[in-house]
Design a protein around this ligand. Structure first.
Ligand code: IDP
Ligand code: MG
Length: 153
């Protein structure tokens, strides 16, 4: 990756590398873990730049997980992600994407390390409590998918 990536100003580039996007998924809300998970996120040094309690429409969930549309679990994933409210948030911290993926742990809670959010709160590989962007590019796309410019601080 080049420092001065096309279409990004230097300021935007710096911002992008320090931000990630998360969702507390329907199982986390349903199981009463919202407050504890937000507490873990803040305790790990992430600053909340945008946050909303909302519910994904079927169209939104399909679009958000479009990259998985050919996978056998896509239908189940869309159904689950629209089954109840979520919390969407943009988080800021140095090295945000990688540090947040470390905080949430492996996709399957059976493989997630001790001390991670998924180890503590995920039910299964599908119902795994929390989403975390996998790259700076996706963090920006996913953040913009959920928030208007005037909702981001
Ligand atoms: P990630 O959330 O750790 O990045 P991905 O492989 O990108 O994991 O999958 C996206 C989401 O799809 C997972 O968080 C999980 O909710 C769901 N998912 C992934 N693999 C499976 C599976 O094998 N069965 C059911 N759901 C799955
Ligand atoms: Mg992923």
């Amino acid at each position: 990756m080049t420092i001065f990536a096309p279409k990004l100003s230097f300021k935007e580039y710096i911002m992008a590398t320090n931000r990630t996007f998360t969702m507390l998924k329907p199982d986390a809300i349903e199981n009463g873990h919202m407050g504890k998970i937000i507490d873990m996120i803040i305790g790990a040094g992430f600053e909340i730049k945008a946050m909303k309690y909302t519910r994904l429409s079927e169209d939104q969930a399909k679009k958000f997980y479009e990259v998985h549309s050919e996978r056998p679990f896509y239908g189940e994933l869309v159904e689950y992600m629209t089954s109840g409210p979520i919390v969407a948030a943009i988080l800021e911290k140095e090295n945000a994407v990688a540090d947040f993926r470390a905080l949430i742990g492996a996709t399957d809670p059976a493989e997630a390390a001790e001390g991670t959010i998924r180890k503590a709160y995920a039910e299964s590989k599908g119902r795994n409590a929390v989403h975390g962007s996998d790259s700076d590019e996706n963090a920006e796309i996913e953040g913009k998918f959920h928030f208007a410019a005037n909702e981001i601080f």
